[in-house]
Design a protein. Structure first.
Length: 76
């Protein structure tokens, strides 16, 4: 029975070490995910700013095109 108890203790200790290793990996992956999420949010902000600028320039391009059409029709 003593041998069986020592074996159980050995198995339990090995499992505790494995669990500790897995907890460390989970923590590392969680940190990486947090960093990637922050990078994604920052990148998305930049993309959103560019979209706003593109819309502004598209609106300006439409106004210029309308003026050109008006000028062309006036000069006929």
């Amino acid at each position: 029975m003593e041998k069986s108890t020592k074996e159980h203790i050995s198995v339990i200790m090995a499992m505790q070490n494995e669990v500790a290793g897995l907890e460390k990996k989970v923590q590392e992956v969680s940190e990486k995910l947090k960093e990637k999420t922050e990078e994604h949010v920052a990148t998305q902000r930049v993309v959103d700013m560019f979209k706003i600028e593109v819309r502004k320039w598209q609106g300006e391009a439409r106004r210029v095109q309308q003026r050109q059409v008006q000028l062309a029709s006036c000069s006929r």
